[in-house]
Design a protein around this ligand. Sequence first.
Ligand code: OAD
Length: 257
Amino acid sequence: MLDDLPAASTPAWADTRARLRDAARVCVLTGAGMSAESGIPTFRDALTGLWSRFDPAQLASEEGFRADPALVWNWYAERREGVRRAEPNAGHHALAAWSARRPGRVTVVTQNVDDLHQRAGQRGVIRLHGDILAARWLQDCPRRPACDIAEADDGAPPRCPRCGNLLRPGVVWFGEALPEGALDAATHAADNCHVMLVVGTSGAVWPAAGLAGRARRAGARVVIVNPHPSEIDDEAHAVLRGTAARVLPRLLALDGP
Ligand code: OAD
């Protein structure tokens, strides 16, 4: 039978498998490429990436939302439908199954706003950039207790009938702080892992991109899985060229508990 991933027999693969098998703590940092084979577009891939077709200043900033709330809300509504239609791919499943055999030893930190890791059964995922399926008020609600977002009407965007506050997508936009606690937890995982696996990220967005360098400086082995070069390849001890859905099942399936 022809091997569909010939590179899988190289020393870098064997070394990575051995280190993953032996590591007491593994941190897996994922980006949009993780979900690409589930049909969710990435941001920066040429031609297919969202930011090659849409303007992030308009669609991923509070300023852009305030300028045209309906346009931005509807764009996210379409993306939400895409996420709901998508299914976890073989990479999500392989990672979740492998982690389940190592309780307490694997931390997944994702930049993705979809829920595909969770739907594959991954436990305790740290979400750096929020959740596209959630919404929150644009401004802090002035009332006590705060108005419940379930009360929002169904406009585009939905609006609070009592105070007029608008709902916005529950994702982090450019210029905004990461969710409270998520960056601390991710930093802790990076600083304390023995292997960091970086899957499907361009490494263009900080602070997430800085986690690989942190892990390396703390002594971890850093391995990147990506079919293309990324901005953080220099931080890696090894780069496995291939896609998440092809590499992860091969990389993670063969070792025992
Ligand atoms: P990017 O779109 O910047 O990068 C996607 C990466 O995935 C690229 O390096 C691709 O080569 C790689 N890739 C493509 N297909 C792949 C596959 N099948 N398997 C593995 N890798 C593949 O996405 P991110 O790095 O995640 O922010 O972008 C970071 C942030 O920028 C996102 O979280 C998003 C965006 O603005 C928010 O949503 C807040």
